[in-house]
Structures are given as C-alpha cells and as structure tokens.
Design a protein around this ligand. Structure first.
Ligand code: NOJ
Length: 796
C-alpha cells in the first residue's frame, strides 16, 4: 500500500493519504534554530540543543501520538464548523476533507481542501534567522462570501527536556507570558536570556497565552474551547503553562485569498518586533524559500547522477545526501524517538557522518573533525559522548543552569577513563580526515595544532598516530583488538574480550593513514605504520577466520563468537564486511565470507546484523542477547552496516550483488508496501525488523542513523566509484553487468567533471580507457577552478 510519491523536480515527498501507520518526519532549520515535524504538523522546535534549549513542547511516545505541534485552525464563523490545516489535530473524516503534506528540503507544507476553502500552511525556518515562519494561505473557493476565523496554536516548553517531563515545582511558577504590541512573549524567569515570542504579520483580533484557557478544561488540541467558541479570552499570567495562540477574523469574497505569516522565535519581544517587521514583507518571506533552495541546490550540485536505477537516482541525488547532512547538523539526537535527552557529539557517529559530506559541506566536516580531535584523550581514545563547547576556548559557553540545584560536573568527570572507552570510536576519524584532505586538498590541516581533551596539544597528524597506537596497544594476548566497553555495536559488550571488527577497522584506518604518510613522503612514519599494518594483517589472517567466514570476537573467557559451532549469533555482518572492505581478507576468503553473509543473513529487506538471533541472555556477549530476537542489534536488518556490504562486494568486483543489496534496503523501493515498512520511504531507518520477529519488514527510527552517510559513501564511492584522491579523481565503478552506461556530474575542487561511463562489454568492474576532454589519459587530473570537463570512462 502506498501513501505518497516522490516529486523529484521539486525534491519533495508528497503524502496524500494521511492516516499513516506512524509519523513521517522532516527537519527544518540549518543553523541554530531547528524543528522536527511530522505529516500532521506535530513536533517540536529547539534552539541549538534539543536537550536544554527547547522552544516548543512535545509529549513523546504518547497517546495520541505526536502531540502537540505547530497548528493552524480555521473556523467557519457562520456554521461554527472548524478544522485544522494539517489533518491532525481536528482530523476531519478523510472522505469529507482532502489533505496533503509535502516534505521538502528544510520546509514542510500542509494543504487542506474542505468546505470550499483551500488552505495551506508551510513551516519553514529561514537560513539565518532564529524564527519559524508559519506561512498560511487561505482561499475562498466558494461562490459566496465566507466569514472565517484563523487561530494559531503551539505550546511553549520549560526549556529543558527534564523540566518538561518531571519536576515542575520551580518551572511552573517561574515562567510567564504577556501580550503587547501584537507579540506574545514567553518569559522563562529563571533564565537570564530565557525568552521566546509568537507574533504575526497582522493585528490579531484576540490572543491567549495560557494553554489551559485556549484548550479549555477536559479538552485536547482536537477541540480547543477558543476555536469552538470562536474567541480567545486574552489570557496571560505569571507562572503556568503557556502557548502561542493568535486569532484573526476574515471575510473572504469568492476567489479571494489571504496570506498570514505567524512567527515563532527565539528572543524577547524586541527580537519579535524586528522579525515581525522583516517578515511582514512578503517579498522577504518568498526570499526565504529561494535562499533555502539555493543552499540545498549548491550541495546537490556537487554530485548528481543519472543511472538505470531510478531509486538510486532519487535517493542519491536528493534524499540520502539530505539525510546525511541532517545527521551532521543534528548529531542524531533530535527525532520523535530520540527526543533530545542526549545532546553533544557521539564520537563514532559524528566521525562517520562527517565522512560522507566533505564535498557538500566541507566547512561542517572540518568543524566536526576539529571538535572530535579536541575530544580525543591524549592516550588515543575518544570521549564517547561529549559537548564540543567544553573544549572550545573561543566560544564563551554558558552552561544551562537548572533552577533546582543540580551540580555542574567538573572537567575530571567529563574526561572519562578507559573503562568507558569504546574500542572503535576514534578509528573512524582517521579516514574522515583523509577523505577531507582528498576532497579539499587542504593538506595544511594535518599540521594544525589541536588540544587534547585531558590537556596538552599536538598536531592533527600526532592525534592520528595516537589513535592508531592506542588500538595497537589495546589488544588481547593473541593480538586481536580488545572490545572494551563496546565496539561499533553498542550491544556487544565484550569488555576484556576481543573484537574482530575492530582489528579490521584498525587495518582500514592504518591503510588510510599510510596513504597520507606516503603522499607526504614521511618515510620513518610510513615504515613504523607499515609494520603495524603487517602485524594486524597477520592477526586477521591467523586468528579471525572460522570455516566459511570471520568470527565476530572472543569473549573475556576466551570463547570465540560468531563461529559455525554457535547455535545463536553464528555469523555477524560487521566483522565479515570489514574484513573485506578493509582489504584484509583478500579475494578468496572475501568471496567465501560474503557468500556466507548472502546465504545466511540476506532478506528481501536487507542484510541482518547477525543470525540466528540470540534467545538466551549471555552477559559475556553483552546486551545484544537481552534484546528480543529480530529487533535492533539482535538479528534485525540493522541498516548502517548494510552499505559496508555494498562496498565489500565492490571490493570483490561483484556489482550485481552490491546492487541486489542496495535495492533491498532502499526505502524508495518500499514506497508501495507501507503496510509492511510503516516508516517513511524517503529516509533510511536505523533498523528493519528481522525475520525472527512477527513484524518482519517494519522499519524504525528514521533519519538519525549512520546509514544515511554510509549509504551515500558506499553508493557513490564504491558502486559508482567516484573517489577523489590526493592529486587525481578516480572513477572506478562496480556496477551490475546489465548497466550499459551511467552519467555523473561531480564538482571537485571547484571544477566540474561531466562523467560518462560506458559499459558496452557488460562487465561489473574494470576500466579499459579514460578520456579527458576527448584525449586518452591514464588519470583524471585536478583542474582549474570553474573549468568544466568531459570525462569518458570505457569499462571492459
Ligand atoms: C546506534 C548508535 O548511535 C551507534 O553509535 C551504534 O554504532 C549503533 N547504534 C549500533 O549499535
């Protein structure tokens, strides 16, 4: 069953059947102000951090789902009938009203046709202003004059997620609201700069600042008293719960349209006055869309593809990059599932997310690299979760102070010890740095001085070496990297045991580092790390192979896991993909390992993380054995490692297989089976329920997953094979044999490369000829900025 379709021209997903099985969300805002909203205008907004600078409240994981939101109600003042522009909260029967929702690039538009009135509400946050605009257009499509009322409604938050959900004994009596000069001001009296405002481009006929007055007793957002009676009561108070409700009456002639812009913003009444003046000019409002479009088009223009795979074209050209960028911006912690209770940077997540966007967002990628390096302890491990402001001497950070006394942790509490270190965290950063340099050519970054989290400083290069040395030191008796608190898999807690995956990851990081060291001509360093590489390779070759695949690790008591002998958790995806992707496995073992993955873990919805599922708790293996079979890390189709398998298959030259894996996970191809998938088909989800569970195929946790970045990385760099190198652009695809050709436009270091790949011989991999502007060449060079070039690649 389908609920909507992709509109590629507008880069929108259009939902036209509103009673979705779950919320389908979108992200607004690209700098400081951000909102997560769903297909019925439910959601919440925050300024910089969803943990302690929330603006609107959200009752997460609740009944009814996804309340409250940023709602606009319309009332027919003659018949007294009323509805909302988004289907919820009033929810007119779907055979009486027609609704749609269009999620676009940093905006969402709700549309409603009811009672001969067409109404549209777009939620959008301008690129550079900390305000959300609710751009509302109402058109009388009747042949008679209509008398209508319009009401806005949002519920203000007490600012901190904890204060919104527990302990109201201070906040409830120390936050106030007032209305003056057309602006509602919400004042968090306990915070020095704790203000928000709600206003509009018109003089309201009424207002309510008190939530319970607007909604009324024993009612909900479905049937607010003010809307039902057609009048606000002008409420405000010091203390209590507050809302942004403005009321305006209109008389619309047949065919007449009115446009109202509500504004919900950060700051006091004066800040609101400035924004009100600015966005009362409709030209300014229209420009907001143009600026956002230009912002996103600039990113997309760095890489556009035209292949025989329509799903891939749609996802890579728009949605997968969008998802990857959103992860880099919001660090995974703001969604309807992760509702902002944790903020800051997750070390491994941020490193991987940043690796996908050096071409589209070099500034953010660089910023994240530096932040992560500052979060590195001088011993060589990363702080698993930290606030970058802690280590940033340049910003004057004002930590949130709770009105009830909660002590601020000292620096010694912030820098956790090795007992909380994850064995993989910092290894990811090596490749991110190398990719950044290959993309931008900014070699000077490597010699830049950066501080360590526990004091002292070193160059970026030194940081990288500390990371590699740490993994070389943290090994068990047989030389396999220790599992520590966890490796990439949060739920595999091997503690004193060992992780095969991390040894392979170490190998990969070393290879990336060595490319850099060799390019720099650092002979001594190259020798040292070449030796380390060989040692790791030997361990991988001699200790990690089982009969037909690689083991996952070794428990503290010395028991290998992920072997043919195991009844549960027999084979794991992570170690096998990384064995191949890192280059450690070689071809023969690589093929056997990936064939085993195919035979034992592949499903129509993608590859399961492990199998068979664990059913018996085993604390030597970890929390994964306490998760229900088929869910999350226990034998679900955990999405994030799936692109590792695409890349691994490309390493083996099997383009058909890589594409079979790609298509199975691709949300686009699940558009017409939402009764199974449930989640949005324009975003990868963290996991898809595995075959050991009754809900096999149901997807959970959209957007906030490393899958976005990795899907983009593997599809573009391995399947399509477009990879910047230090001094050349590599085009080395691994595609299905049936593809006869594909086209890519890639901008690299300011020049545009129009790449045409021909595959008349029907091979999966291999380059016979390269033509650069018609000339046969061995490699594609770095070109002058703003120049344009035609590249022809002949496979064979
Ligand atoms: C989600 C976490 O954010 C990520 O860090 C981890 O790698 C995966 N879960 C797998 O456990």
């Amino acid at each position: 069953m389908r609920y909507g379709h992709f509109d590629n021209k507008k880069r929108e997903y259009v939902i036209d059947k509103m009673d979705l099985p779950t919320s389908w969300t979108n992200y607004l805002g690209i700098r400081n102000m951000a909102a997560v909203v769903n297909h019925t205008a439910g959601g919440y907004m925050f300024y910089k951090t969803p943990e302690y600078h929330r603006i609107t409240r959200f009752r997460a994981n609740s009944v009814p789902m996804d309340r409250p939101g940023h709602y606009v109600y319309i009332r027919d003042d003659e018949s007294k009938d009323y509805w909302s522009i988004s289907w919820q909260p009033v929810a007119k029967p779907l055979d009486e009203a027609s609704y749609s929702c269009r999620h676009g690039m940093s905006y969402t538009t709700y549309n409603c046709d009811y009672s001969n009135i067409n109404a549209e509400q777009t939620l959008v946050i301008p690129k550079d202003d900390s305000v959300e605009l609710w751009d509302v257009k109402i058109k009388n499509e009747d042949n008679r004059v209509r008398q209508l009322s319009v009401f806005s409604y949002c519920e203000f938050s007490f600012h901190h997620i904890d204060m919104d959900n527990r302990n109201f004994q201070m906040s409830l009596y120390a936050s106030g609201s007032s209305y003056d000069k057309g602006i509602i001001e919400h004042d968090l009296f306990y915070e020095e700069f704790g203000y928000q405002y709600f206003t509009a481009n018109m003089e309201a006929d009424g207002f309510d600042c008190l939530r319970d007055t607007f909604i009324g007793r024993y009612r909900t957002e479905d049937n607010p008293k003010a809307v039902e009676t057609g009048r606000c009561l002008g409420s405000c108070e010091r203390g209590n719960n507050h809302c942004g409700a403005l009321h305006k009456r209109f008389v619309l002639a047949p065919g007449e349209e009115v446009r109202i812009v509500f504004m919900l913003g950060e700051g006091d009444r004066e800040a609101g006055r400035i924004m009100r003046e600015k966005y009362s000019d409709m030209g300014r409002v229209d420009a907001v869309y143009d600026e956002l479009r230009a912002y996103w088009e600039d990113k997309f223009s760095k890489l556009q593809i035209r292949t025989p795979n329509e799903g891939m074209n749609t996802m890579i050209n728009t949605w997968t990059l969008y998802q990857a960028e959103i992860n880099v911006m919001f660090s995974r912690f703001a969604s309807f599932i992760e509702v902002g209770g944790r903020t800051g940077l997750g070390y491994r997540d941020t490193a991987q997310d940043a690796m996908a966007v050096p071409h589209s967002n070099p500034v953010k990628c660089r910023q994240r690299i530096i932040e992560l390096l500052q979060g590195l302890v001088s011993q060589g491990y990363g702080l698993h979760l930290f606030q970058p402001e802690w280590f940033d001497s340049e910003t004057e950070h004002k930590p949130f102070k709770s009105p009830t006394v909660i002590p601020t942790p000292g620096k010694d509490k912030i820098v956790h010890g090795i007992e909380d270190a994850c064995s993989d965290d910092a290894l990811w950063l090596i490749s991110t740095i190398v990719e950044y340099v290959k993309e931008t050519g900014e070699h000077s970054l490597i010699d830049e001085m950066v501080s360590y989290a526990d004091g002292g400083e070193g160059t970026v290069y030194e940081h990288m070496m500390k990371i590699l040395d740490f993994s070389a030191e943290q090994v068990g008796e047989g030389g396999i990297c220790k599992g520590l608190r966890a490796d990439w898999n949060d739920c595999l807690n091997l503690g004193g045991g060992e992780s095969a995956m991390v040894s392979f990851l170490h190998y990969w990081a070393l290879r990336n580092f060595l490319e850099l060291a060799e390019y720099r001509g650092d002979q001594k360093i190259t020798e040292k790390y070449e030796q380390m590489l060989q040692k790791v390779k030997e361990v991988c070759d001699t200790k990690l192979w089982d009969e037909d695949w690689y083991i996952r690790g070794v428990t503290q008591s010395g028991r290998p896991i992920g072997t043919k002998m195991d009844k549960e958790g027999q084979i794991h995806l992570e170690s096998n993909t990384w064995a191949v992707l890192s280059g450690a496995s070689g071809q023969e073992r690589g093929i056997r390992a990936m064939n085993s993955v195919y035979d034992r873990l592949f499903t129509p919805y993608g590859i399961m993380l492990n199998g068979p599922a664990y059913t018996t708790p085993d604390d030597e293996i970890g929390f994964v054995t306490r998760v229900y079979p088929g869910l999350k890390e226990n034998a679900a189709v955990f999405s994030h490692p799936n692109p590792w398998a695409w890349a691994a298959e490309c390493m083996l030259g099997r383009g058909d297989r890589a594409m079979e894996f790609y298509d199975a996970l691709c949300p686009y191809y699940q558009n017409d089976m939402i009764e199974i998938r449930e989640a949005e088909p324009y975003s990868y989800c963290q996991f898809v329920v595995g075959k050991d569970h009754t809900a096999f195929g149901r997807a959970h946790h959209p957007f906030m997953t490393g899958t976005g970045g990795w899907a983009y990385f593997s599809a573009t760099r391995y399947i399509l094979g477009i990879r910047p190198d230090f001094d050349k652009l590599v085009v080395d695809p691994c595609i299905p044999a049936e593809w006869k050709h594909f086209h890519v436009i890639r901008e690299w270091r300011g020049a545009v490369y129009r790449i045409q790949v021909e595959n008349k011989d029907g091979v999966m991999k291999g380059i016979r000829e390269i033509y650069f502007d018609g000339r046969k060449v061995d490699a594609i060079p770095v070109c002058e900025e703003e120049s344009q070039h035609d590249i022809k690649i002949v496979m064979g």
